[in-house]
Design a protein around this ligand. Structure first.
Ligand code: CCH
Length: 286
């Protein structure tokens, strides 16, 4: 047990669980990043509902959303950290784990502040269907991400997280990794989007994705229809081109946009204290 508020101690323990030789590509990192993203990506700016505050994914209403299939692995990885540092809220732990995982996998240092609560206000529970569907195109991406308050550049920058991890047929129905080294954060995703020939493939379960079979390495890489849409829509494509040639710019923009993602729906005063949730009692002031 660490002292309340000792986020450094929590960071260290998250970093320690990253190495998981038995799991996927040997790292808990990618699924932790996806947990952080899905905890925050339910936000709706207009009604100020959803977002990482409240950690609603612990409950069936949100956790059982088919879009969140597989994220129980991430939550299970983090449980010993929660047990050891019981003062931390799940909402803080999940977002911090994403930030630590990105750094551990060679990505940028993303600023992160704590203070989220685990209080769930039923009237603020996000309905299902707020997370993106990989089978769709650019209109869908704009509809989903504009709702959170992101613009085209931010959509493309956030999508760069698909440098990490893989799709699992028993979770989303899609299958495979986007890049050859899916536990190393880089701009490879953008480079492959532009440099390889992607052809449509229908999987055994009837789901369509894009693939590139590389004869030399004998590996098949994949892209979701939403990933391919980023190259087909001219307003998205110019950012794909920029991030493919300028890794530093990608890291810089990704840092800003991931920070914005995990802060959606959270208001802070000048000292960084959250003002729209009651930290002591774990409830909203609303
Ligand atoms: Fe994603 N993502 N994502 N994604 N995602 C999947 C996996 C990961 C979409 C669909 C999928 C973001 C945006 C989108 C990660 C981070 C981010 C999967 C496979 C699908 C499908 C799930 C499975 O089968 O396990 C769609 C559509 C969008 C639209 O933009 C954003 C934004 C982020 C983070 C900033 C990461 C990481 C993974 C890998 C997870 C793993 O378990 O390896």
């Amino acid at each position: 047990m660490s002292k309340k508020g000792d986020f450094e101690a929590v960071r260290k323990d998250i970093a320690k669980l990253m190495h998981q030789p038995e799991y996927d590509d040997g790292s808990a990192g990618p699924v932790l990043v996806r947990l952080a993203w899905h905890s925050a990506g339910t936000y709706d700016a207009e009604t100020d509902t959803g977002g990482s505050n409240g950690a609603g994914m612990r409950y069936e209403a949100e956790g059982g959303d088919p879009a969140n299939a597989g994220l129980q692995h991430a939550r299970v990885f983090l449980e010993p950290v929660k047990e050891k540092h019981s003062w931390i809220t799940y909402a803080d732990l999940w977002t911090l784990a994403g930030v630590v995982a990105i750094k551990q996998m060679g990505g940028p240092e993303i600023p992160w502040k704590g203070g989220r609560t685990d209080y769930v206000d039923d009237s603020k529970l996000p309905p299902r269907g707020r997370l993106p569907d990989g089978a769709q195109g650019s209109d869908h991406l704009r509809w989903i991400f504009y709702r959170m308050g992101f613009n085209d550049q931010e959509i493309v920058a956030l999508s760069g997280a698909h440098n990490l991890g893989r799709c699992h047929s028993d979770r989303s129905g899609f299958e495979g990794a986007w890049v050859n080294n899916p536990t190393r954060f880089s701009n490879q995703y953008y480079r492959l989007l532009l440099s390889l020939q992607w052809r449509k493939k229908t999987l055994k379960n009837g789901i369509e994705q894009f693939v590139n079979y590389d004869e030399d390495s004998e590996t098949e890489l994949m892209m979701l229809p939403t990933d391919i849409a980023l190259t087909q829509d001219p307003k998205f494509r110019k950012w794909v081109e920029l991030y493919a040639r300028d890794k530093d710019r990608f890291f810089e923009d990704f840092t800003k946009v991931f920070d914005k993602l995990v802060e959606l729906g959270i208001q802070r005063d000048e000292n960084g204290e959250i003002t729209n949730s009651d930290n002591e009692n774990g409830g909203y002031h609303a």
